[in-house]
Design a protein. Sequence first.
Length: 140
Amino acid sequence: MAIERTFSMIKPDATARNLTGKIVAKLEDAGLRVVASKRIHMSLAQAEAFYAVHKGRPFYEELTKQMSAGPVVVQVLEGENAILKNREVMGATNPANAAEGTIRKEFALSIGENSAHGSDAPETAAEEIAFWFSKTEIVG
Ligand code: ADP
Ligand code: MG
């Protein structure tokens, strides 16, 4: 299996509740390595650009407001099958459907405030990593 990189974000609802370490522990326990990490407070314009793929969806405005309402931790994760593995550790978008032991099952407040973001495919992983990180900030 190939070593991949994916983009992960700990959302404002989780940083507000001091859950950064607990979320990173779940990712590391699954075999993913944090090869880049920084805490930022994105602007509304940055949130709108990052989530541009969802523009026009009914939750877009609420989502971009929430994502710019407080600090997030943006990360690059590396490991075997990292994109899918991160999605598995995160769990389903709606915490009501998330499997036991997943980040969203344990920590999410709602479908919107669901504690974590993870890229869904190799193309989006590459785009999302490049959106937040320069090459020199990623140290494998
Ligand atoms: P995921 O984060 O699991 O990849 P999506 O890409 O479909 O999910 O949606 C991006 C984010 O938008 C979700 O993580 C969630 O915060 C928010 N979202 C998605 N669907 C809804 C919804 N029906 N109502 C409110 N917020 C939503
Ligand atoms: Mg998504």
